[in-house]
Design a protein around this ligand. Structure first.
Ligand code: AMP
Ligand code: ZN
Length: 473
């Protein structure tokens, strides 16, 4: 069963390339743009990483674990990381380490497999300089007076193929041009050109490296091109990220890599859509940004967060609500009890897969349709009762079930939510938190009384709250 996946470049469903099973050197090469490590990743970021994790698992199941090489980078130098280090008076490396460790801890809690390699931008300065050097020699890049180096967009005829961005849309002043220009100002020959190397500015502090064009630091886009070339080669099988990366980041990666290497950069492009919160775009200013810790503090388990992030089709934006987490907790409870019954019925028996859950795998193979897969899973576990079947059949169903749990990355051994917080209590707590944020303290106090009367204690923190059941006296 081939994996069919939407390809953002051709805008059609395409099968993934199958590596040659007889050639041990022929691996399926998979690159996923990773996080910028200056703050905790929010659950929107984790939608993208969880979807990519299901993809990685599915590819492993399809081609064999030894036939896949998965690389995901860490952006540990850019405007945001440098600003954060400056604000906190700490070295950039210390900030990057803190948030890389936190990212790893959250990924582990969400049961995301580690990529085979996690290269960093600061660990690949030489490779980035080498690539820029080739682009300079080939006439695709130029050095501006201040020592910055820019990619000359007009030198690459295919520029805009991925995002269908038209020349006129990239004129100075347009929204798209603004997106591509970011902070690099007037030194460019053309508004659409983008930075490959940024000359040192006082705000960069000690975060600068030597290059043939003077001291500075790499632009953001070149890191992925350079790391991919080094660790996966000039043409890769699959390149992925969230929808916001399509332009300008991935468009620029294609331009840099194809001009430098002279071959197709990625055979397949996959972009998953954004997570919204309560119908609105997740953002700090709206105060609707959730981290994994926020949700755990509300009593939800990381596995329920993973499940909820898979409840929508990755090719559609997903509205995240606390109600979806309650639904996810109860779905997981059902799956745990289904599996426990199979284990009991199977006893010591082991058996080859009954293929009972093949329809779940089929849904995933069909453009990673996770909501369909979860629907099939529930249908199968409700229709095929596990409490009355013969041990040999229970063992075969268990093998089939565990295979799809692996594909979805649902680890049923992790504990359920800390305390079974009734949805009504969560709703009261949300209302009270909103009232407090709006400085409507009378309403907040009245709601606290209601919550206490219902047997719960709401503990406020600076950035959120947690709920604990009141001890019975
Ligand atoms: P960043 O750390 O900002 O570089 O983002 C890491 C990944 O998260 C990228 O693949 C982004 O496309 C993705 N991303 C950012 N915001 C969201 C969101 N609200 N929903 C889904 N993915 C997102
Ligand atoms: Zn990238």
């Amino acid at each position: 069963m081939a994996i069919q996946l939407f390809d953002s470049l051709s805008r059609s469903l395409q099968p993934l390339r199958t590596p040659d099973p007889a050639d041990p050197q022929d691996l399926f090469t998979f690159y996923n743009c990773g996080p910028t490590v200056y703050a905790p990743a929010h659950i929107g970021n984790f939608r993208t990483f969880v979807v990519n994790d299901v993809l990685r698992r599915l590819i492993e199941l399809e081609f064999g674990p030894g036939k896949v090489k998965h690389v995901r980078n860490l952006t540990d130098v850019d405007d945001k990381t440098i600003r954060r280090a400056r604000e906190e008076g700490r070295p950039l490396a210390a900030v990057a380490k803190q948030w890389t460790d936190k990212f790893h801890a959250d990924c582990d809690a969400l049961n995301c497999l580690r990529p085979h390699l996690e290269p960093t931008a600061t660990g690949h300065i030489r490779e980035q300089v080498d690539m820029i050097d080739v682009l300079m020699q080939k006439g695709n890049a130029y050095r501006a007076a201040d020592g910055s180096v820019y990619f000359k967009v007009s030198s690459f005829d295919n520029y805009g193929r991925l995002s269908r961005v038209k020349e006129r849309e990239l004129q100075p002043g347009s929204a798209l041009a603004g997106k591509s220009q970011a902070a690099d100002a007037d030194e460019k020959e053309d508004a659409t050109d983008f930075a490959l190397w940024k000359a040192h500015k006082p705000d960069d502090g000690e975060n600068a490296w030597d290059s043939p064009w003077g001291r500075g630091r790499p632009g953001w886009h070149i890191e992925c091109s350079a790391m991919i070339k080094k660790h996966l080669g000039e043409t890769i099988d699959l390149h992925t990220g969230g929808e916001d990366l399509l332009f300008p980041h991935h468009e620029n990666e294609i331009a840099q890599s194809e001009c430098c290497n002279g071959v197709t950069f990625a055979r397949h492009w996959y972009h998953s859509k954004h997570l919204l919160v309560d119908g609105a775009k997740m953002s700090k200013s709206l105060g609707n940004l959730y981290t994994l810790d926020d949700l755990v503090a509300k009593g939800f388990s990381p596995m329920a967060v993973r499940y909820a992030l898979l409840m929508g089709h990755p090719q559609k934006q997903l509205n995240f609500t606390l109600d979806s987490l309650h639904a996810a907790e109860s779905a997981l409870k059902h799956l745990r009890s289904y599996r426990d019954t199979l284990v009991q019925r199977a006893g010591n028996m082991t058996a080859k897969s009954s293929r009972l859950f093949d329809d779940v795998l089929a849904a995933l193979h069909d453009d990673l349709n996770t909501p369909w897969a979860l629907g099939e899973l529930h249908e199968d576990t409700r229709v095929h009762k596990s409490d009355s079947i013969a041990p040999i059949h229970a063992a075969a169903d268990l093998t089939s079930f565990d295979l799809v749990m692996f594909a979805l990355g649902l680890d049923l051994r992790t504990p359920a939510l800390k305390a079974d917080i009734p949805p009504a209590i969560t709703a009261l707590a949300e209302k009270r938190w909103a009232a407090k944020q709006a400085k409507d303290f009378a309403t907040a106090d009245a709601l606290r009384k209601e919550i206490t009367a219902a047997g719960w204690s709401m503990l406020d923190r600076k950035d959120g709250y947690s709920l604990e059941p009141l001890k019975k006296t």
